[in-house]
Ligand binder design. Structure first.
Ligand SMILES: [Zn+2]
Length: 402
């Protein structure tokens, strides 16, 4: 099973400079290959004897010219440009399969990252060895054992992280204590509400930070666009987001361990990924941030115990449906915590009711259960073996595992 563990890095100044440079090379190679792809595709449309572009041909072409045209690329690991072009190929595969939009150019400062194939890095206790750079300190040890698959080094809010994907041998833990089902409604001020009525509030520090986030984002909207003050506030906000994300991740680990230990079947909501691209309410953004992590953790931990995770259809109205009689409300205001069902007159707590619907759905439908498409923590379409031509090498590439 493929599992990724994201670990904060502690690079010194020289190392941080290298990481930024490698991310820059990856971005350049990605953008170069995307522009070439478009040009070569247009040429192929006009003249069918001209071969269409592919990630493999583009990697060869870049290798042939980089020594002369882009010699600065040689200062960083050769994986940076190679893996970036493999990821572009994946982005096109996802586009052709209608899983994603047409690939766009990467922008500086927006999710800066580069990937390293498994034969090019090593992990030892609390450090990772990166080609042409040496050992970089990690904040924690790698949580999983098994064959290393790939590493993605990325920057978020000024801090560097290594997301290391490991192919772990099949773990098998005792089955869940309770063979029944549970529904989980993910929230913001309360981390999660279960269909049993339990609420998980998360650590106090998390709530403190959420309050600070509310104040800060309010302050940001009052600052003049393009001003230094606004830029500073934005950077502060990004740091706060990162800290909240880390705290939530830790809190979710406690929640998901408890859930998979106790219940065989776990029902959760789905999210409309395309809808996330637009502007969303702050609260929703925070909940979304935790959603992918919740699903990822639940899926691998449930698999360890032979349990299953059932993800609701993305349009399933878990909040607006009465869990007692099935009546569906037309609307339910975001702030409304309690409501009475016009069908059966039962009074519901919004979150508990949503969790109960997710539990009922999970218990009744195993058709969409994890195990089919999208099973496991890393979707299979995001993994692709890297052909061992020329200077490429690795086993697999990860497009982006956040
Ligand atoms: Zn009802």
């Amino acid at each position: 099973m493929l599992i990724a563990h994201r670990i904060a890095l502690d690079p010194n100044n020289v190392q941080a400079t290298y990481l930024a440079r490698a991310a820059g090379v990856a971005r350049f190679a990605y953008n170069w290959a995307l522009a070439e792809w478009q040009r070569q595709y247009a040429a192929h449309q006009l003249e069918p004897t001209v071969p269409p572009p592919s990630q493999l041909s583009l990697r060869r072409q870049l290798n042939a010219i980089k020594r002369v045209q882009f010699p600065w690329m040689l200062e960083v690991t050769k994986c940076a440009p190679q893996m970036a072009i493999i990821q572009l190929g994946e982005a096109f595969n996802n586009f052709f399969a209608r899983r994603a939009r047409y690939p766009t150019f990467r922008r500086k400062g927006e999710h800066d990252r580069f990937s390293i194939s498994n034969d090019q890095f090593r992990v030892e206790a609390r450090r990772i060895r990166i080609p042409n750079l040496g050992w970089v300190r990690m904040r924690e040890t790698l949580r999983f054992t098994g064959r290393l698959v790939a590493a993605t080094i990325s920057r978020q809010a000024g801090r560097w992280y290594a997301s290391i994907t490991v192919d772990t041998p099949d773990v098998s833990l005792p089955p869940a204590e309770n063979q029944g089902a549970v529904g989980v409604d993910l929230g913001v001020s309360t981390l999660a509400t279960l269909s049993t009525g339990e609420t998980w509030t998360g650590p106090k520090a998390l709530r403190t930070l959420l309050n600070r986030l509310r104040r800060l984002s309010l302050g940001l909207s009052r600052k003049v666009k393009g001003s230094n003050n606004r830029a500073r506030a934005k950077a502060k906000l990004a740091k706060l987001y990162a800290r909240i994300g880390n705290l939530r991740r830790d809190a979710l680990h406690q929640l998901t361990t408890s859930l998979t230990r106790r219940f065989h079947t776990i029902g959760i909501e789905n999210l409309n990924v395309k809808g996330m691209l637009g502007n969303r309410r702050l609260a929703r953004a925070i909940a979304d941030m935790g959603f992918y992590e919740l699903r990822r953790q639940l899926e691998y931990k449930a698999a360890w115990r032979g349990g299953q995770v059932v993800v609701a259809d993305r349009w399933y109205p878990s909040s607006k449906t009465c869990s007692a009689c099935g009546h569906v409300l037309e609307t339910l205001a975001l702030g409304q915590r309690r409501w009475s069902c016009p069908g059966c007159a039962k009074t519901h707590d919004r979150d508990v009711n949503a969790a109960m619907n997710l539990r009922n759905l999970a218990a009744s439908s195993t058709a969409t259960a994890c195990g089919g498409e999208g099973s496991g923590p890393v979707p299979p379409h995001r993994m692709k073996p890297a052909p061992t031509k020329q200077e490429s090498n690795g086993e697999a590439a990860l497009s982006n595992n956040g």
